[in-house]
Design a protein around this ligand. Structure first.
Ligand code: ZN
Length: 186
C-alpha cells in the first residue's frame, strides 16, 4: 500500500514526464494517471505510472512512465479461455527503456548488460536477455512471454500498444505481488 500523498506525488511526477514528451494529453487525462505499486509498498523500486488512452474489448493503448530506479516487475499476459493472451508492443517515446525478455544463455544478466532488479527481490527475476529501446524503437512481445523493464538514468516514457488488456490477470513471477494498488490516508 502507499499513502494518498505518495500516490498524488507520483501522479504529478508522471504528468510532468508525459508533458515533457510533447505528446498532446489533456489535463483530464493526466488526472487519471494510475499509480501501481504492485502491492509491495516500495514504489521507488517497484512501480509504474500508467495513463490509459484507449481500452476496448479488442485493443488498448497506454503510456507508461517509469522514474529513475523504478522497475516494472517481471510478468506475462496469460491465455484466458479462448483469448490467447495480450500481445504487447512496447515503444520507447522518451528516455531509455531496458527491456528483459528471455532467459538468455547463462540464466543471469549478460556481460555488459545494465539491468538491476531490486536487490532483495532478485530471485523473482528469471529473464535476462537485454533489449535497449531508445526513442522511436519498439519491440513486440507475444502473449504469455515473460518480460520486465526499467528506465535509464533519466526515467522513461513508453507506449504500450496491445490486444485486449486484462491487467488484473497478469501473472507476476514475484508471488508477493498483487496488481491492485491500495491507497491509505496520509
Ligand atoms: Zn506486459
Amino acid at each position: 500500500m502507499i499513502t494518498r500523498t505518495e500516490y498524488e506525488a507520483a501522479q504529478a511526477q508522471a504528468a510532468a514526464l508525459f508533458l515533457r514528451t510533447g505528446i498532446a494529453v489533456r489535463q483530464a487525462e493526466l488526472d487519471q494517471i494510475a499509480v501501481a505499486d504492485f502491492g509491495l509498498g516500495e514504489l521507488e523500486q517497484t512501480g509504474a505510472q500508467i495513463l490509459t488512452l484507449l481500452d476496448t474489448a479488442e485493443i488498448a493503448v497506454k503510456l507508461i512512465a517509469l522514474f529513475p530506479g523504478q522497475t516494472l516487475p517481471e510478468h506475462r499476459h496469460p491465455p484466458l479461455g479462448d483469448y490467447p493472451g495480450k500481445a504487447e508492443t512496447l515503444r520507447c517515446e522518451w528516455g531509455e527503456v531496458r527491456l528483459y525478455v528471455d532467459p538468455g544463455p547463462s540464466g543471469g544478466l549478460e556481460d555488459g548488460a545494465s539491468g538491476r532488479p531490486p536487490v532483495h527481490r532478485r530471485d523473482t527475476y528469471t529473464v535476462w536477455k537485454e533489449v535497449i529501446l531508445l526513442p522511436g524503437e519498439q519491440m513486440t512481445l507475444q502473449p504469455d512471454t515473460l518480460h520486465w523493464f526499467q528506465p535509464g538514468p533519466e526515467g522513461c516514457v513508453v507506449w504500450s500498444f496491445s490486444s485486449r488488456a486484462v491487467d488484473v490477470q497478469d501473472v507476476f513471477t514475484d508471488r508477493e505481488i498483487t496488481r491492485e494498488t491500495v491507497v491509505i490516508d496520509g
